[in-house]
Ligand binder design. Structure first.
Ligand code: HEC
Ligand code: HEC
Ligand code: HEC
Length: 134
């Protein structure tokens, strides 16, 4: 006769060993970035005004193109005012507009870019916000 108890214990141990690496790495190795939007500049805004230049979905998908447009507009036609979909005006500046709100570059831009393995070269010239931790 089979020893049901021993087989069951064997199965449990086997299952534990086989899946150990999986559980052990859970939430560790590939921590998905959660961009933090609670910088002092953003928290100063009234709750209903805590928005980006455009909608979150748009920004997530199109911020690179938006920045390119801004640069071309400033450098080529010296136009510095951007009017968003809601008619709100923004100064087209990486440093003075984006990074004033997103002053947590490391926890915001960098964390997401590192995860996606993109490395914008902008900071060779543009000044990144001063941050406490290095
Ligand atoms: C007035 C402050 C403000 C400015 C200026 C601003 N942002 Fe934002 N940004 C926010 C807030 C607040 C959110 C979160 C929006 C939400 O949750 O609806 C956000 C969201 C984003 C996101 C999406 C993050 C995610 O979770 O997917 C990106 C990317 C982004 N911003 C990039 C930029 C860039 C690039 C610029 C300059 C072109 C910029 N932001 C200018 C306040 C700002
Ligand atoms: C939610 C994730 C996320 C956040 C937050 C984010 N980015 Fe990005 N960014 C990306 C991804 C993904 C790409 C690459 C897109 C592609 O290649 O089409 C990218 C590309 C870029 C590029 C173009 C780089 C290149 O070499 O083509 C620039 C410039 C850029 N991001 C600036 C910023 C700035 C500035 C911030 C912070 C204010 C920021 N991003 C925050 C996800 C993010
Ligand atoms: C070789 C140096 C250099 C690099 C690299 C560079 N820029 Fe610029 N950028 C400039 C200069 C110079 C201006 C003109 C400044 C002005 O007229 O106010 C400018 C202007 C801009 C402007 C409009 C004005 C402002 O104050 O922000 C934006 C937006 C911009 N760049 C975005 C980017 C982005 C995004 C990247 C990375 C993908 C980038 N730049 C990389 C030199 C550079």
């Amino acid at each position: 006769m089979y020893n049901a108890g021993k087989i069951l214990i064997g199965l449990i141990i086997f299952f534990g060993l086989a899946t150990f690496p999986f559980f052990y790495n859970m939430g560790k190795a590939i921590a998905k970035p959660e961009p933090k939007v609670d910088t002092p500049e953003i928290m100063k805004l009234a709750k209903q005004d805590r928005k980006c230049v455009e909608s979150k979905e748009f920004m997530r998908a199109e911020h690179m193109q938006l920045l390119n447009e801004w640069r071309d507009s400033v450098v080529r036609s010296n136009t510095r005012v951007y009017v968003n979909a809601e008619g709100k005006k923004f100064d087209m500046s990486l440093q003075n507009t984006c990074m004033r709100c997103h002053s947590n570059k490391k926890k915001f831009c960098d964390e997401c870019h590192n995860y996606m393995a993109v490395k914008p070269y902008c900071w060779d010239c543009h000044i990144a916000p001063k941050e406490k931790e290095s």
